[in-house]
Design a protein around this ligand. Structure first.
Ligand code: SF4
Length: 457
């Protein structure tokens, strides 16, 4: 498709989650189809796209810094800012020197159209040597955010991130995401299957299923997340799927059972607990209690004893007294999970949590977070140690400059192969025996047998 932007260059910056990365990649594809080339690293680009995040106060700060930096590095470029921070703080961003256009979540998918429409004005100003940025905002209120922008982006060589759902209807008291991304909506299973098939054509072997609240899939189409999982499993050529973060109340026994006997769904789950204290879970308006969460973990371990389970926890939310934190810590110690992803609570404007009286000091948040990180390291190491000596299929990614090859087993153990004597294992799934920890303790050494090499040469 030839457009006014033919032969222009663009640079992209993404902040935040995997979902944002998948979306930026889809925006990039649209600009590429319109004749826009990706700027080289040292090149001053004609267009800058910044896809922002607003999950914490620090994220907002990083976004503002990133916008300033992009404007400095690409003088005269047409600067577009979109994403969650753009939706929530459009006016603040639009007033920044050098920003031309702020696009809300609903407009993100039409980015090309908005740039093309404004390009003549931008060029005229540029040519007249009195370049002024446009400082324009196009966004709609939260209730009018309805569009689902599909995207499937390439991570490393072998892995793709498929966005299946957007928005959230849960409104947990600490969370700003439903205000930035709107109500839960999704692509149709038929469209998502087509995107998975396209990833196969491009050489993808593994797909990570992403979204804001993926278990809540189906509001737009009357389908369910379980229907989606079954349909994706039938896509020939994809060897592995991983389900990214899924709410515990939506990770049903039916889904877990299916993963246990499926062709391609990996024994790997990422589940947000957020707090191991029932009192704090109530303050957060989470939709389960610790007994329910424990039941989910026990069920996964019953049907998939080797499964890797990563768990999100927030420390220092309003209302988390010393006593409640001790309850939470005890619960976290007891459950059979492989790793915690520990986040410090950040006050977000407009959220219901601001009405909860007990505020936790930064020093206490730090101390609590350090204790949970230490617990996580212990559990992570124990999970790896338990698997030493066992054989697992590993998807090897690419050879590093030190000639080692790294990859992940089905159950998300990071492995490192020493040199393979001329046999390339890049982008291949091979059975490996797990040996001792590598030099920096970040992976297990993988041992490939003669038989394996013959099989895969
Ligand atoms: S489920 Fe809760 S924490 Fe997750 S996006 Fe929705 S409101 Fe935020």
């Amino acid at each position: 498709m030839e457009t006014i932007l033919q032969n222009k260059t663009a640079t992209y910056l993404t902040l935040g989650c995997k979902l944002n990365f998948a979306e930026t990649s889809a925006l990039g594809d649209r600009l590429t189809e319109a004749g826009v080339r990706r700027a080289k690293e040292s090149e001053v680009a004609d267009i800058c796209i910044i896809n922002t995040c607003s999950v914490t106060e620090t994220s907002d700060h990083k976004c503002r810094q990133a916008i300033h930096r992009m404007i400095r590095q690409h003088p005269g470029a047409f600067v577009v800012v979109t994403g969650c921070y753009a939706q929530l703080s459009a006016q603040v961003i639009a007033q920044m020197d050098g920003v031309d256009l702020v696009l809300g979540i609903e407009q993100k998918g039409d980015i090309l159209k908005y740039i093309v429409e404004r390009w003549p004005l931008h060029e005229a100003q540029h040519d007249s040597n009195c370049a002024k940025s446009l400082h324009e905002t196009i966004a709609v209120p939260l209730k009018d955010i309805r569009t689902f922008v599909p995207s499937c982006s390439r991570g490393e060589r072998t892995r793709y991130f498929l966005k299946v759902q957007d928005g959230c209807n849960y409104f947990c008291t600490y969370c700003t995401i439903p205000y930035a991304r709107g109500r839960s909506r999704n692509g149709s299973i038929a469209d998502l299957v087509r995107q998975a098939e396209h990833a196969v054509e491009l050489g993808g072997q593994e797909i990570v299923i992403t979204g804001v609240n993926i278990g809540d899939f189906g509001h737009s189409t009357g389908e369910t997340f379980f229907d989606l999982v079954q349909a994706l499993d039938r896509v020939e050529g994809i060897s592995r799927y991983r389900i990214s973060s899924i709410e515990p109340n939506l990770l049903t026994e039916e889904i877990i059972d299916f993963c246990a006997q499926s062709r391609a769904f990996m024994p790997h789950f990422h589940i947000p607990l957020q707090s191991g204290s029932d009192d704090v879970l109530r303050l957060m308006h989470r939709r389960y209690d610790t007994a329910f969460f424990r039941g989910r973990i026990d069920y996964i371990k019953k049907v998939l004893p080797d499964a890797f389970i990563g768990v999100d926890v927030i420390v220092g939310t309003r209302g988390e007294t010393d006593e409640f934190f001790e309850d939470a810590y005890r619960f976290c110690s007891e459950i059979d999970v492989s790793q915690f992803h520990v986040f410090s609570y950040s006050e977000r404007p407009g959220t219901a949590a601001l009405r909860i009286p007990h505020k936790v000091s930064e020093a206490t948040k730090h101390e609590r977070s350090q204790r949970l990180i230490a617990l996580s390291e212990k559990k992570h190491r124990a999970f790896y140690e338990k698997h030493i000596g066992t054989v697992h299929p590993a998807l090897m990614e690419h050879t590093h400059h030190d000639k080692t090859v790294r990859g992940f087993t089905d159950n998300y153990i990071r492995v490192e192969l020493p040199q393979t004597g001329g046999t390339s294992t890049d982008n291949r799934i091979i059975p490996v025996r797990l040996g001792a920890f590598n030099a920096d303790n970040s992976a297990l050494t993988a041992i490939i047998t003669e038989q394996n090499i013959e099989k895969h040469e």
